[in-house]
Design a protein around this ligand. Sequence first.
Ligand SMILES: CC(C)(COP(=O)(O)OP(=O)(O)OC[C@H]1O[C@@H](n2cnc3c(N)ncnc32)[C@H](O)[C@@H]1OP(=O)(O)O)[C@@H](O)C(=O)NCCC(=O)NCCS
Length: 196
Amino acid sequence: MSPGESLALSRHFVLHFLEHATRADVAVLDGVVVGAIVTRIEGKPGIFPWGAERMERTDAALDASSVAARAELRKARRWHVLDKEIEKAANVTSTALGEVELFLVSAKARGHGVGRLLWRAAMDYFARNSVTNCFLHTDSSCDMGFYDHQGFRRISEESLREASPTLRDMARRDVIGVDRPHEKLFLCVGPTVRSV
Ligand SMILES: CC(C)(COP(=O)(O)OP(=O)(O)OC[C@H]1O[C@@H](n2cnc3c(N)ncnc32)[C@H](O)[C@@H]1OP(=O)(O)O)[C@@H](O)C(=O)NCCC(=O)NCCS
């Protein structure tokens, strides 16, 4: 993909996380964004009503782009469907009504407490809204250490190689898993411990 297409695909992912978000906290240092945590409480209205429309525009631009960009967009959409399938199979919303959609700190700012502050803001938000457990999707390409440290446990673990029927079906229809057969997808649940 060209750099422009790559940027559009990144925008697609960010908009996907914002589309149903009910809260977002951003860490700023000297006027520069150095981290963010985007969260969602089941049943609450989203705070980015423009998300869907922007996503449509971004996807339309990608659809009109190169073959490679169109293939990446198809793959991204199937990943989103897959996430929902995994949630459904694990019946996660019966125990956790909050979701951490996106959590990251820029590489240069890591290890200095930025993530801790963002995480606390999100957990306090859940706790204030009587959400006692939350969940998140992650995979083996991510650093799981932070979530282990917060007491999260994996309730679902899918390997793209030893795929469930859902994953196998998606692999048949798409390139999913072919380029990253060892990758594992995790659904994690943990308590929303309120800070003092
Ligand atoms: C995960 C991430 C958000 C943490 O942000 P950070 O600003 O570096 O974290 P902090 O310095 O605030 O650390 C907060 C706490 O988590 C612990 N921690 C941070 N990274 C950890 C890791 N990889 N393993 C274990 N503990 C970790 C710290 O020791 C600290 O513990 P404490 O509160 O008991 O002192 C950041 O490393 C990141 O953006 N990583 C890349 C994106 C990513 O992997 N996101 C999550 C998976 S999708």
